[in-house]
Design a protein around this ligand. Sequence first.
Ligand SMILES: [Zn+2]
Length: 423
Amino acid sequence: MKLRISIFFLFVSFFLGSAFSQSLTPCLYDHAVDLREQANPGYKDRLHRMLDHVASTQGNRNDEVYKIKVVFHVVYKNDVENVSDEALHRQIDVLNACYRRQNEDTINLRDIFWPVAADTKIEFEIDEIRRVKTNANFRPSLVGLPDEVKQSTKGGSDIKDPVKYLNIWVCKMLPIEFAGLSSPVLGYAYPPDSLAHWPAGSAAPQKHLEGVVLDYRTVADSEYEIPNFGSIPMIGRTAVHEVGHYLGLRHISGDAGLFGINCEGTDGVDDTPTQGTQSSFDCDKTQNTCGAGEPGDLPDMIENYMDYSAETCQNTFTKGQAAIMRGVLETLRKGLISHTTKVEELVSNAVIQVIPNPANDYFYVHGLNENANHTLTIFDMMGQSVLSQSITNYTQVSIADLKPGLYLININDSQFKKLIVGK
Ligand SMILES: [Zn+2]
């Protein structure tokens, strides 16, 4: 019942927050991770070990600027929710300024943190803006996140190739409700997962649900009015925070409890100070939840984008966080930069990937010409055709009916790829 406990704390902390200025939990990253942990016990440990490994072995290997192409999906009911192109371009400007540490308020970072402040050398540009008018409601719950916004069959907008693009959905997110209580949600993102690491039968993450979801009120400069709490100034940094999750970052207070102070938690980053709880949408520079008075202790880093301090106080990532995000871009999400970087230009366009492989119930083929249909045939080791269908790049191919074993995938009567089917 871990999920229920953490969600219970979410509500307790929110409602105590309204009375005691304690806290508010508007980002559902931890909930997303908890849901996956429930579906696949041990997931969280494996995820964190994988990200530790990525940061330690990659991330600092070069100085290249990585450019990520962004596809915005504006899923709206009315003109107010139909965020303008201008606001989306401004959002990209905010992302670039924050990730390149070029925002004017970096000057507000306290001197003690300057040695660890980072230009992540990650940039963003708009590839496409898609707009879908909907009648659907998008509301997170105890047992799920509103991924309907990512599916046209459920009133949303379908993802564009998640291997190559960062997809960001902008919609009205209804509050999460429990036992008559309600807490607003500003955004969420799933961590980068390696599909190959998921055991058979587990609820593996689905690639077509990758990306970031933002409440439309976080995009344009505005005030977000929260009942019983007050208004929160929005300056586009919810997106900075959620993209941080998407690129492998955890909250700066890590596994610390949402309720009370827990200095045992960690965000897996060496150069962020230990922080025992999240901040409360404030700018309290006296906050020092762990280690006060001990030699070398630093106060809580409320200037960090991965805290819950006010967006107007946030102005930095650290070098450790930059190494994780760059490491993720070089490994688990390398498709995002493969079409923009010199290194990857050397890789032949003809490289076709089968993901995941080994596969259980489905796989995707990536690397095909996007503007064409392709013929896919699967042969067993006796040379018998067991499946044939037309696909486009990144079509989900169901293989639930195939027995475990080794197969050959043939694409367009020319290229062969090995496929291992497990169960
Ligand atoms: Zn978050």
